[in-house]
Design a protein around this ligand. Structure first.
Ligand SMILES: Nc1nc2c(ncn2[C@@H]2O[C@H](COP(=O)(O)OP(=O)(O)O)[C@@H](O)[C@H]2O)c(=O)[nH]1
Ligand SMILES: [Mg+2]
Length: 358
């Protein structure tokens, strides 16, 4: 069995987690694959220090990437074990149930979910708002699930390798909810076993969960529903582009009426500011998993402005051509906007957010 452990700033938890897994698993064969997103606290180095003396331990270190789901997928793919478990590094997941989970797999289950929402399970010390948020998310997940599961949001589960291989190309790999992604992507009926446990308090360090998980969860739900037809990132990109029009008009009005600027100057300022707005929002929302910071943010902004500048020229060129060839002005404009949007999306995806981040 391979235990995949995604980490971000968990250096103080690594040794204790491995000690407990070792104590619990005894002589049963296991290995641990840590997937660390280049944590500034040196988690990867802490894992490798142990890996030097314990061959069951390995570390995949990802550079310039963030994301719990994609980390879990890459960790699972980095192992050849017939059974894969996924658990957090902060000791909130009760490792003592690992042998029972493995036994369920041996008895024929495809997936074993360690659940907080069944008899004997609990979310431990959560406050009311966190509890209600988790319940709300669990209810929403039924939109995309084919089979009922009491805790599809669980980050603690075990599966057979063939379950992963059967759906790995369909995974959205967005956000925090890898189990939900796996269950919703699997095309065949799965034998799912559930095992209750009590969610513990963090051992050391702090939670990486912030308000953005709601956004990421929304992206996952959208991708699993309409993602087959339109890429969710393109939708987000276009939505933000639409908001940019409002920013543009507000700045233009202020520049014309408030500062009495010449129209061309005002229009240029409005265009530039709405580009900055679009870039910043896309960087935090659409490309959250590849977000740029520091100098990379400025470089990204520059490439974004250049790409969108070319997109604007294409937009004007194509709509003018259509207009001159007897297309109604509204249709000519929409065609120009669509082509400009697709260009901006495709090019910035490749050059602004596709490059190395440092
Ligand atoms: N590789 C990787 N691991 C992450 C990321 N975000 C969180 N994690 C890890 O995922 C696990 C769960 O995260 P945590 O912050 O404890 O979430 P919470 O338990 O819901 O508060 C922990 O082991 C984190 O270190 C990420 O962006 N990349
Ligand atoms: Mg945690």
């Amino acid at each position: 069995m391979s235990i995949v452990i995604p980490t971000f700033n968990e250096s103080a938890n690594v040794a204790e987690l491995l000690r407990r897994i070792d104590a619990t698993m005894g002589s049963q064969g296991w290995e641990a694959v840590f997937v660390d997103d280049d944590s500034p606290d040196g988690t990867a180095a802490a894992v490798r220090a142990i890996a030097c003396i314990d061959q069951r331990v390995r570390c995949v270190q990802r550079i310039g990437r963030r994301g719990l789901s994609s980390a879990c997928i890459e960790g699972m793919l980095a192992s050849a074990a017939p059974v894969i478990a996924v658990m957090d590094a902060d000791l909130q997941h009760d490792e003592s149930i690992l042998p029972t989970m493995l036994a369920r797999i041996d008895q024929g289950a495809d997936v074993v979910v360690a659940t907080r929402y069944a008899q004997g399970g609990s979310t431990g010390e959560w406050d009311a708002s966190r509890k209600s948020m988790s319940l709300w998310a669990t209810r929403m997940s039924r939109l995309i699930l084919k089979q009922p599961v009491s805790d599809p949001m669980s980050g603690f589960f075990m599966l057979r390798r063939d379950v992963l291989e059967g759906c790995v190309h369909e995974l959205s790999a967005m956000g925090f909810k890898i189990l939900l992604d796996l269950l919703a992507s699997s095309r065949r009926e799965l034998r799912i076993a559930e095992l209750p446990y009590v969610f513990r308090d963090r051992f050391a360090g702090e939670s990486k969960l912030d308000s953005m998980v709601v956004w990421e969860y929304g992206m996952l739900l959208l991708d699993k529903t309409i993602g087959r037809f339109v890429p969710v990132r393109f939708l987000m990109f276009s939505l933000i582009g639409g908001l940019g029009v409002f920013v543009h008009m507000a700045v233009l009005t202020a520049a014309l009426k408030g500062f009495g600027l010449d129209f061309t100057v005002a229009q240029t300022v409005a265009t530039l500011l709405s580009m900055v707005f679009n870039f910043a929002l896309n960087n935090t929302l659409t490309y959250r998993d590849r977000r740029l910071a520091g100098w990379a943010w400025l470089r990204g902004l520059a490439s974004f402005v250049v790409a969108c500048g070319v997109g604007a020229v294409a937009n004007i060129g194509i709509s003018t051509w259509l207009y001159e060839h007897d297309t109604r002005w509204v249709l000519a404009a929409i065609a120009g906007i669509l082509i400009g949007a697709v260009w901006n999306y495709a090019v910035t995806q490749l050059y602004t957010w596709g490059k190395k981040r440092r």
